[in-house]
Design a protein around this ligand. Structure first.
Ligand SMILES: C[S@@+](CC[C@H](N)C(=O)[O-])C[C@H]1O[C@@H](n2cnc3c(N)ncnc32)[C@H](O)[C@@H]1O
Length: 217
């Protein structure tokens, strides 16, 4: 989204430290110096190596960022999932062909004035009139467990936090009945997306109807 809009300044946040570590390496001018190919053996070797780095407090290293990129491209449906001990546990993906990029230096100048944070959304240092685009984990109705640790309580927390923001807001999510009701009740304008996203946080690739909730624009 941010790369589509290319604002001069941006604050980008995600609670996933590996994603933000990858972006901060892009900001420094990343080139990846790893052999990257579509190979099941290599994938599991790199997955073990990545988890070793996490255990040895090297999660913010260049090597961890490079491995994260490889694992993300090669793992099952681009999923990012960790076990209870914090180890990356996504299985090998099923792709006919994978294009790997090694030179990311073109992002350096674009990212120069962008700030990357790794925290819960609620404590972000927003200015009252900032434009906020929020893309929280998909709501999955009819399940009592919380996907990726993001519960229905968290969905309500996002909605109330966004409703209290004075500036323009766009929220995207799965168009479940309860999400539509939640944002309607909070005074958002609702639009449905014509082009459904073909991936969810579970790796399920069936089309899902998406909703945009808009406010102050
Ligand atoms: C649908 S994904 C969006 C990913 C991102 N927009 C992108 O395109 O790469 C939802 C994201 O919400 C993040 N997330 C989950 N709980 C969060 C929290 N409490 N605060 C901030 N981010 C959170 C997840 O780590 C996940 O990357």
């Amino acid at each position: 989204m941010t790369l589509g809009l290319l604002p001069h300044r941006a604050l980008i946040n995600d609670v996933n430290p590996h994603l933000i570590n990858f972006y901060s390496w892009l900001q420094r001018g990343l080139t990846i110096d790893l052999v990257m190919k579509k190979s099941k053996r290599l994938y599991y070797r790199y997955r073990r190596r990545f988890n070793d780095l996490l255990e040895r407090d090297q999660a913010t290293s260049l090597e961890a960022a490079s491995l994260f990129y490889y694992l993300n491209r090669t793992g099952y449906n681009g999923l990012c999932r960790f076990n209870q001990k914090g180890g990356f546990n996504v299985p090998y993906g099923k792709y006919r062909r994978i294009n790997y990029d090694t030179d990311f230096t073109r992002y350096r100048s674009t990212f120069e004035k962008w700030r990357f944070l790794n925290q819960d959304f609620q404590s972000l240092p927003l200015e009252p009139l900032d434009f906020v685009y929020a893309d929280p984990p998909y709501d999955v109705e009819f399940t009592s467990y919380s996907k990726g640790g993001f519960s229905w309580e968290d969905q309500k927390r996002v909605a109330n936090w966004l409703a209290a923001h004075a500036g323009p807001v766009i929220l995207s999510n799965q168009a479940t009945d309860r999400i539509v009701k939640l944002y309607t009740d909070c005074g958002f304008r609702i639009e449905y997306l014509k082009a459904p996203r073909m991936i969810s946080c579970t790796g399920d690739r069936t089309p899902a109807r998406e909703v945009l909730a808009l406010k102050n624009l």
